[in-house]
Design a protein around this ligand. Structure first.
Ligand code: ZN
Length: 221
């Protein structure tokens, strides 16, 4: 299904879908569970817009490319251009909204690439590798340092995180990203995953939520 940014009430957001800028190992407990060192500076990678699919209505995963891991994350929709070290106020002003999202990863492939010191693109940018729910306007979030995110699969809570556990909090993270490359209206930031990642399987029933703000049911086809 083709993807279009929208709010939870179904209103379309008229920014074109841009790139998806991701941060790796932004929660210490998750870095630990994959035996990765905690980075000394933010570890960024980019998923192209072509890999984004909507959460609602179900989504499919590659069947023959090894383990496909879910990573539940807080997605931030950028609504104004940002570049060259914006101030915290400029970043806050540029944020349009928040949604829960899944950063899907071909974990076997990523392990193979990591072992060789190669880029992760193939493991992170396949069609369908970013699953994004509708957004809730920023005005509904009083404190960006206290946004919970939770993923339940087949009735069992697998990930239960909060932005208060991030090594790089949302605003400084986006300041850093915009200092590395320009962000544009319609870009999405995936802010890293808390502990509890694991494989997804066809037929899994998911509940992905920013508790208190939005909740979505979906399934893996
Ligand atoms: Zn991730």
């Amino acid at each position: 299904m083709s993807y279009q940014h929208q709010y939870v009430d179904g209103t379309r957001i008229h920014f074109p879908l841009g790139k998806v800028v991701c941060i790796g190992r932004n929660y210490a407990e998750h870095a630990k569970e994959l035996d990765n060192p905690v980075p000394t500076e933010p570890l960024l990678f980019i998923k192209p817009g072509s890999c984004v699919v909507p959460l609602e209505g179900g989504f499919s995963i590659p069947a023959d490319r090894g383990a496909v891991h879910y990573e539940a994350e807080i997605a931030v929709l950028i609504g104004k251009p940002l570049s060259t070290k914006p101030s915290a106020e400029e970043v806050l002003d540029a944020i349009s909204g928040f949604a829960p999202a899944l950063d899907l990863t071909l974990r076997d492939k990523q392990a193979e690439l990591k072992a060789k010191g190669l880029p992760w693109e193939v493991a992170k940018s396949f069609d369908g590798a970013a699953v994004i729910a509708p957004f809730v306007s920023k005005d509904n979030f009083a404190d960006l340092a206290d946004i919970p995110v939770r993923l339940t699969i087949n009735g069992e809570v697998r990930q239960d995180g909060n932005s208060n556990l991030m090594l790089n909090p949302i605003v400084p993270m986006i300041q850093y990203m915009a200092g590395c490359f320009s962000l544009q209206a319609g870009d999405v930031i995936l802010t890293g995953t808390p502990a509890g990642v694991g494989p997804l399987n066809a037929g899994d029933e998911l509940v992905l939520e920013l508790p208190g703000a939005s909740r979505f049911e979906s399934s893996v086809r």
